[in-house]
Design a protein. Sequence first.
Length: 127
Amino acid sequence: MAYSDKVLDHYENPRNVGSFDKGDTNIGTGMVGAPACGDVMKLQIRVNDEGVIEDARFKTYGCGSAIASSSLVTEWVKGKTLDQAMAIRNTQIAEELALPPVKIHCSILAEDAIKAAVKDYQDKHAS
Ligand code: FES
Ligand code: FES
């Protein structure tokens, strides 16, 4: 399978790999798995007092498209509000990375991971 240049770029130079400190109360963590292939993606956001995502991290155990999708969304969510981050669609990711049909579920994993991270943050900060 030939990966697109953008997938290769993110795969070879992934952005924002890692995790935030567990004690940081301003983070939300999303952990999702793809039933289709068993790949796992962990995505974290750090949210500032204005409700804007100021930073993000990911760790993905999966294929090149899954790594590229998560790397891309960590870039996209920075500077976005939680609502804006929730509005990111896997179709946008797939389009940006020129993913072939069999790799669409990799982009769905990234959409699900960001949603799970936002929800985790909101759950922790519900008052
Ligand atoms: Fe998940 Fe490709 S099947 S790594
Ligand atoms: Fe399953 Fe990419 S996440 S093949």
